[in-house]
Design a protein around this ligand. Sequence first.
Ligand code: SAH
Length: 219
Amino acid sequence: MDFTIARRRMVETQIVARGVDDQRVIDAMLKVPRHLFVDEALWGHAYADGSLPIGEKQTISQPFMVAAMTSALHLKGDERVLEIGAGSGYQTAVLAQLARRIYSIERISSLASRARRILDKCRATNVNLKIGDGTIGWKEQAPFDAILVAAGAPEVPRDYLEQLEIGGTLVMPVGGRDSQELIRVVRTAEDDFDEQRLMSCRFVPLIGEQGWNSDCEEG
Ligand code: SAH
């Protein structure tokens, strides 16, 4: 399998054809080797139109969802970005191409260490990755120009709003455990937030102090 060709086809048919037109996002997704972020047994499916299992009952997000969320942040290159739910590290690698520094949190240590290893292999040197409960954000590094959350919560954790720079943008799935709406929130002033619904989506649950409790992982 020629991964460069598969990747080009993925970008043309799943991303550009569905309306993503941010050239920087398109270029990043043409570049990042998505197959390296899944088990070798799944390499043949790495550029298919869907999410894939990455172990620990978690998934690597669908390529289109990565493109849609990333382009909703309108990154120019100089931003400090908070990412919650590194998972495989694929979305992290895409963000690393598009912003100055990425602060990423993953609660499952085995996923975090695998993500770190592959990010190092891809020379993503502008990523700080830590293990912990990302529902409370990363206070020591706040404020952030952009926040991207790759797991669904019942509502936007208040710490995210507090840790967002004025003028900054947050993208995350909000709603029930099984289906959510992808929302985009822009902090327009100290106490003013502009919220917009982008599309329906299905993400794994955001688990922690300001998300779902861990019982939700079962079943
Ligand atoms: N963007 C990732 C998505 C992984 S799925 C990818 O494409 O690979 C979402 C991830 O969020 C899972 O790995 C899950 O363990 C993680 N997660 C859930 N709740 C979390 C929390 N409170 N803090 C940090 N990570 C969390």
